[in-house]
Design a protein. Structure first.
Length: 487
């Protein structure tokens, strides 16, 4: 007699085509129970899949109500998740990646059967077909984000896209302008109609879209503030005005006199009949095409022999110059509108050989202030016996001298030396560098310390030499003084 199966155990049987099929009732994401079927070429294979579904159900992990193909789920994700909640530029990028890469390569795969080896082979194939590492990283990012949403909706149990390994993406090295190059560019752009826009890029490190999206009402001349609230972008052939990139991008900046006068001069040159809300417009009052703005910037550089950089590199330039001027990183972060200070430090602030040379020179000066002077004085200390003293007496004298040198050096290191520190700030007029001036002042300090230490050593040795010549010192200082007076 055949054994009767209990509820929830499931069943397996052979189909007419020879394949094996398993069926079991499990919980779905909608909270209802659904009969799910599994298939295999052998009974053991069908039972393994059936056991996996029952174990997943026992752990409280529901199955999806619908058997999604990856392509169908990506369409749902784009229309119902990305489009209503992300900026138009973000949606355009995700839609392009899905349409050109993910759907043709993986769209027919059941979303529940995606595995790390399958996705790794697809990524490797993209690299073998000649696609750049940067592009494949973007493909992985879009797929990982979509499957993370599927994981939250319990359509899949895990996100295998996180396990894809790709070659390290080496970011392009940005070489920002120096202060000399920025000054040359602003001088060359002084007669340009959009000089005020270029000045805002260099002075505040604004993004291109933030400058072109400025409204007239964003310039508050009463409070001397500049309000950054929106940006202008071309997406899918259409110029769109939208909010800034992040919440941190919504910021208020001080309107300094240089920028205020440049904006006023630009507004006076604009025809009064043109009033479309935007601060910077074309000669006919329409929004400025971002690509044309970039062309004007690059043309100015080429005509005046200035090193051509990307217009976004002006943002790196502003961050680096603020760092070199000693502005705290937190203030630079707020000026640039970054969400985290690590972005400001690691991506936008750059070093230079001049800044590194100055830093190492300052460390060199600090290391050579005390130690070499003490060593030189110890080398000059007398080592021969005095008054016919033997070797033990010579070592005793040497120890006494070393103690005197240590006391004198310790005293002078905390003493105040009367050298005018305002001489350090005369480098602007004399043409000397700060490192040269610091070296000169440090040399004077070493000479003065050396003279004072030698003087203290000489006086102390003279007293000890007299005491040694007169015999052991008495216990009372007054008795020793009276003894010398009697002699």
């Amino acid at each position: 007699m055949a054994r009767r199966r209990s509820n929830g155990e499931g069943t397996t049987y052979q189909r007419k085509d020879g394949r094996w099929e398993g069926a079991v009732y499990v919980l779905t994401t909608s909270g209802e129970r659904k009969r799910v079927r599994t298939y295999g070429t052998t009974e053991a294979e069908a039972r393994r899949e059936l056991t996996r579904l029952k174990a997943q159900n026992d752990q409280g992990i529901p199955v999806a109500d619908k058997s999604w193909k990856l392509g169908d789920y990506l369409d749902y994700w784009l229309n119902d998740v990305v489009k209503p909640n992300r900026r138009p530029a973000t949606y355009a990028q995700c839609e392009t990646i899905v349409r050109l890469y993910l759907k043709p390569g993986l769209g027919s795969q059941p979303i529940g059967r995606l595995s790390a080896p399958l996705l790794q082979r697809y990524a490797n194939q993209l690299l073998a077909d000649g696609h750049s590492v940067a592009k494949v990283h973007v493909v992985k990012k879009v797929l990982r984000t979509a499957l993370t949403r599927a994981e939250r909706e319990e359509v899949v149990g895990k996100n295998p896209a996180r396990l894809i390994e790709l070659p390290t993406l080496e970011p392009r090295e940005v070489e920002p302008w120096s202060i000399t190059e920025v000054t040359r560019f602003l001088a060359a752009a002084r007669s340009h109609r959009l000089y005020a826009a270029f000045l805002l890029l260099a002075l505040y490190g604004l993004r291109r879209g933030e400058v072109l999206g400025l409204l007239k009402q964003d310039v508050d001349t009463e409070k001397n503030e500049l309000h950054i609230r929106q940006q202008l972008q071309r997406v899918r052939g259409e110029l769109l005005q939208g909010p800034v990139k992040t919440r941190a991008g919504r910021r208020d900046l001080p309107l300094v006199s240089l920028a205020r006068e440049a904006i006023r001069e630009y507004q006076r040159s604009q025809p009064e009949s043109l009033d479309h809300g935007l601060l910077f417009t074309t000669n006919v009052g329409t929004p400025i095409e971002p690509r044309n703005f970039v062309r004007s910037f690059q043309l100015l550089c080429r005509r005046n022999g200035i090193r051509v950089i990307k217009i976004h590199a002006l943002r790196h330039t502003a961050a680096t110059l603020l760092k070199d001027l000693g502005v705290p990183d937190r203030e630079t972060q707020l000026i640039l509108g970054h969400s985290h200070v690590s972005v400001t430090q690691q991506i936008y602030q750059h070093g230079s050989m001049d800044s590194r040379r100055k830093a190492v020179s300052m460390l060199e000066v600090a290391l050579t202030r005390i130690a070499p002077n003490t060593k030189a004085l110890q080398d000059k200390s007398p080592r021969e016996p005095m008054n016919g003293a033997d070797g033990n007496g010579s070592r005793q004298v040497s120890r006494q001298i070393n103690k005197v040198v240590d006391r004198a050096t310790s005293f002078l290191s905390g003493a105040t030396i009367g050298i005018r520190t305002r001489d350090l700030f005369l480098t602007i007029n004399t043409g000397e560098t700060v490192a040269d001036r610091v070296t000169e002042v440090d040399r004077k300090l070493r000479d003065r310390r050396r003279r004072m230490v030698l003087g203290i050593v000489a006086v102390d040795l003279a007293v000890k030499r007299e005491d040694w010549a007169n015999g052991p010192r008495s216990a009372s200082p007054n008795a020793s003084r009276r003894q010398r007076m009697d002699q």
